[in-house]
Design a protein around this ligand. Sequence first.
Ligand SMILES: Nc1nc2c(ncn2[C@@H]2O[C@H](COP(=O)(O)OP(=O)(O)OP(=O)(O)O)[C@@H](O)[C@H]2O)c(=O)[nH]1
Ligand SMILES: [Mg+2]
Length: 229
Amino acid sequence: MALEGFKNRILGSIGLLKGKRKVDEESVKDLSRSLRRALLEADFNVRQTKEITERIERRLLEDEKPPGLKLETHAMNLIYSELVRILGPPREIKPHNETILMVGLYGQGKTTTTAKMADWWRRRHGVKVGVIEADVHRPGAYQQLCQLLEGTNIEVYGEPDEKNASKIVKNGLKKVGNSDVVIIDTAGRDSLDDELRQELINIAEIANATERFLVIDAQVGQAAGKVAQ
Ligand SMILES: Nc1nc2c(ncn2[C@@H]2O[C@H](COP(=O)(O)OP(=O)(O)OP(=O)(O)O)[C@@H](O)[C@H]2O)c(=O)[nH]1
Ligand SMILES: [Mg+2]
C-alpha cells in the first residue's frame, strides 16, 4: 500500500532523532531531507514539499518543545500539524436541512463513503438520514448501498430498473427529502465524459444540494487537481 509506505517513511524520518534530547542543525537537515524524499515519493507537489519541509525545519529549530515531551513526539506533532495545515481550515457542516451530492470518478469510493457518512451522522448526531442511489450505470449499485446500510434504520431510495438518474433524484427527494441529511450517490466514469457531466448537471439542479463532495482515492497523488477541475 502506497499510504503504508508513506507512513513508514515519515516514521523513519522521525527515527533519525531517536535518542536525542535536543535538536541540532545537522539532525534537522537529515530529517528534512528524508521527509522531502518521502513526500516526493508520495507524489506531493515539489513546491508544496519545499514549503512543508522548510516550515518543519524552522519550527523544529525555533519552536519550544513542550516540557516532558520526547523530541520524536514533538517532531511528529509538528509534521502532523503542517500536513493538516495544507488542507485548509475545517468547516463544520450542521446536520440539518443538508443535501449532499457525492461525485467522483469510477471506483473511487463514492458509494462506500455515502454509506459511512450516512451511518456516522445517524450515530454521532442521532439525526434522520436518507440516501438516494442515483447511479444508473453501475450494476447492483442500489443493492450495494442497501447492503452497506443493512441493520441501520437509514432509508435507501433507489429504482434499480430506472435509467434516468434525474427522475430517481426527483422521486427520491419526495420520499426521503424530509430527512435532516440527504445524501445522493451518483455514477462515476473513467473520465468525466460529456454525457456524465450533463447527467450530473441535471441532478445537481434538481437536488439543489447544500454540499458537493468530490470523492478521490487517497493514493491518486497530484492527478487529484485535474479531477477536481
Ligand atoms: N481501502 C479502502 N477501500 C475502499 C475505501 N472506500 C471504498 N473502498 C473500496 O473501493 C472499491 C470501490 O468502492 P465504491 O464505494 O464502490 O466506489 P464508487 O466510487 O462508488 O464506484 P463506482 O460506483 O463504480 O463509480 C470497493 O471495493 C470498496 O470496498 C476506503 O476508504 N479504503
Ligand atoms: Mg458507486
